[in-house]
Design a protein around this ligand. Sequence first.
Ligand code: ATP
Length: 577
Amino acid sequence: MQNNSNGIMLFKELVEVFEKLKKTQSRLEKTAIIADFIKNVPPDEMPVVVTFLIGRVFPLWDERKIGIAGQTIIKVISSITYNSESKVIESYKRTGHLGITAEEMFQRRRQAMFFEADELTVMDVNRTFAEIARQAGAGSAAKKQKLLIGLLHRATPKEAEYIVSLAIEYVLSGAKEGVMEEAIAKAFGVDVELVRRANMLTSDLGETARVAMLEGERGLKGISIRPMRPVRPMLAQNVASIQEALEVLGGRADFETKYDGARLQVHKLGDQVRLYSRRLENLTEALPEIVRYVKQSVKADSVILDCECIATDPKTGRPVPFQNILTRLRRIYKVEETEKLFPLFLRPFDILYVNGESMIDLPFIERRRILEQNIMPVDEKCKPATALITDKVEEAQELFDESIKRGNEGLMAKDLQATYTPGVRGRKMVKIKEVLDTLDLAIVSAEWGHGRKAGWLTSFEVAAYDEENDRYLVLGKVASGFSDEQLQEMTERLKPLIHAERGRVVDVKPDVIVEVKFQEIQKSPIYSSGYALRFPRLVRVRDDMSPEEVNTIGRVLNIYDISHGKPARHVGPQPDG
Ligand code: ATP
């Protein structure tokens, strides 16, 4: 390992690792490359190195943002390399990535000026990013720009590529979280499940790696949850019927209404309340009424609650799609107006932490009792999810029918003895829905429309994730199920993600996830997966999901096999619901 004279790691070391990762698609090789490298990282620098390696500037739980627009980066590259902005844009159109454009332009500058770069360290880059994130208020855009220019002035072309890639949080060879978890386990000889658990509890792989290095398995076991630090939610698998749910869960289970809203993790510490989405974004400011309900109904001094938040139409009392409320209505109306237009309700269904103690290792039935003890409903706004413990199909069926009648999605069923397993989609909690199969897929390319729709992207290629080879494989084109308004909105979302153009078709970074329903899956030579969805239609945009949660090809093959009367080839717990 090359360090500078003070023993601090050079940024070019990290760049070399990114370059090695770029050359392979094999998960095993990527894991080995990273494991080999992080073994020798100084412990104090580990959190930063690991966070950079997964393509992030700050850990997931950390709410700081770099906040530099693509346009600013173009200006910065132009000013440092003495190229006009239009030259930079021209290169960007060709490369499809601002980092690669930076490298290309820096390379030319170097040839022209015999430029010598300074020895940048990983911590230099980290400090400047932190400084950039700190800038706020009037004049902050110019200050951010100046800081980035200062950093890039010291960079070699390759370093510039990765500084820019990190600044836009789009590192082409960044490791997926799963790969990083395996690499940490391999590097420090610890159980990968313990690494995963620590990551799910803290959302901080860098800190997890540091603990694994210094304290091994004992240290990882000691990592716990704490209020104000969001935890990855426990997830559910699909089952086809109540009967199947009872079989999976040991004959007797807790059945609950599956509310059709958005998942919300509520943290309370003293009189401070914070709300996090399923992707761990802080939603506190967007939902002040929920903060109020929590303060009214939750007596404990500190808690973490897992909840569903439902928006309803006051005329019908039925749930309305929650995404609309957050992403659209909040922009148009003021918070107080949306409160009246679409009253919100909170339905806590699990408790993870109370007054200094973690609850996650208690059996569900205990947690439910503690949940009920800690919520004092003052009205309908906030009360524990409707629950029924039974071993009788008919009783659960009644609850299912009631749930559907009220506009909900179906039922959740929970293993009475199960602990809370953050981030795991296991069979300790299952869902029984009215509509069975949908897939959550990433949009990877789109096509411009014709005539009236000429300015909009109107048809979208959707893809599942191939875990083994770290790539997305296309399953079909979704062109129906969209209103004009949705097409317009989708175009706005996708435009900044475009990285290549082929005539009318544009390729986009797989950041927008859509839930797609379909009639069946067929074999087909047309798409890269070798399969095609028949009659795919949009159900909704999954703003609450991160790109890592896109359904895998394994799940697609399972649905194909089961619907063709064959046993699923991917046995054991399915990775996704
Ligand atoms: P889906 O698309 O079915 O909502 P998902 O991938 O968002 O699935 P899953 O874990 O598969 O999440 O399904 C459970 C989801 O159902 C939770 O994320 C939560 O938002 C919602 N939900 C509604 N009511 C309940 C409840 N009583 N208990 C647990 N989850 C509930």
